[in-house]
Design a protein around this ligand. Sequence first.
Ligand code: SF4
Length: 72
Amino acid sequence: MADYARMRDECPNVTENMKHCTCTYSACDKKGLCCQCLHYHRRNGELPACYFTPEVEKTYDRSIRRFIQSKK
Ligand code: SF4
């Protein structure tokens, strides 16, 4: 299992990444670790929270289908 706490301590980009992070899922242990967030969502056929509008983001539906729907 990945040690996200250690990764966060060692990642030089977390502070900058968090300036752009719109994820409201409080239990997420990958917040600010954009590479890990992207890998996780890609494995699940999804996109990271920061791709979505605030209204869609808060539904926690990270599917690519929902992203495309939000762009119509
Ligand atoms: S990729 Fe994930 S962790 Fe990085 S800003 Fe977007 S939602 Fe936040």
